[in-house]
Design a protein. Sequence first.
Length: 276
Amino acid sequence: MTKTWFITGTSSGFGRIMTEKLLARGDRVAATLRKRQALAELEAQYGDRLWVVTLDVTDDRAVHAAVDTAFEQMGRIDVVVSNAGYGLFGASEEVSDAQIRHQIDTNLIGSIQVIRAALPHLRRQGGGRILQVASEGGQIAYPNFSLYHATKWGIEGFIEAVAQEVAPFGIDITIAEPGPAGTDFGAGLVKPPQMDIYEDTPAGQVRRAIADGSFKILGDPVKMTDAMIAAAEKQPAPKRLALGSTTYQSIRKALNERLAELEAQKDITLSTDIDA
C-alpha cells in the first residue's frame, strides 16, 4: 500500500537516501530542506509525488507552517520523520555561546517542534507513526561531542515521555540510533578553534583518530535507512532501533556499566527514602 511520508533534512545523508528509496518504490514524500535546489532532480523525476518546501527547523513558526501545509497538501501523512540535524565538534569550553544555542535550536528544539506540530494532525486522522532519527550518541558519549550529545540525550528523554502521552491516540514513536556511518555527517561538523591544552587528553585522541582515519566507520547508510523504513512500518512499533555494530557494542557496554553502578550503590539509594 502506498504511504505518505514527511521528512526533514532531505538534502543529504539519511534524509536524502530515505527520500530516494521511498519515491522509487512508489510512495509520496513531503520533503523539507534548507536549499531547495538539492532536490531539483528528484522533483523533475517524480512530479507531484514529491512535495518540497524550504525549511530551517530553528524557525518555530516556519516549522509549524510547513507541517500544517504538508498535511493540507498531501492529505493523510502516515509517517513523520524528524531527521534534520548536524554535529558541533569541540571540547565544551572551546565552543562559543552562539554555537551552543544553534546546536540546541537545531537538533533538540527543532526536533521537538516538528513533533509538536505534527501531533494535532496525527490525532485528527486517527493515528500515525513518528520516526525520530537520533544517534548512538543519545545513549553513549564521545569527547568533543558534548553539545551534540546534549541534544541527542535530550530528544530521547522527550520522546520517552511523549510516546506515553500520545499512545492512546494511535500514535507510535520510534527512536533510530545509527552509529558512525558512511554519510557526509563528518564533512558537516562545525569545528571551533582548538585549544592546545586538550591535545594530550581524550578529546585530542578523538580528534587525531578522526583525522587519521583510525576512527573506523563501519555503518552502511543504505542498510541503516532500509532498517529505519522497515521499523516505521513494523507493528508493534519498536521504541528504539540501534543501527550498526559499533552502536551495539557501545550501547551494550554503557548500559552494563550503568546497571553495575546502580547495583553497587543500592544500599545507599534505598536508604534515602523517608523513614516509615
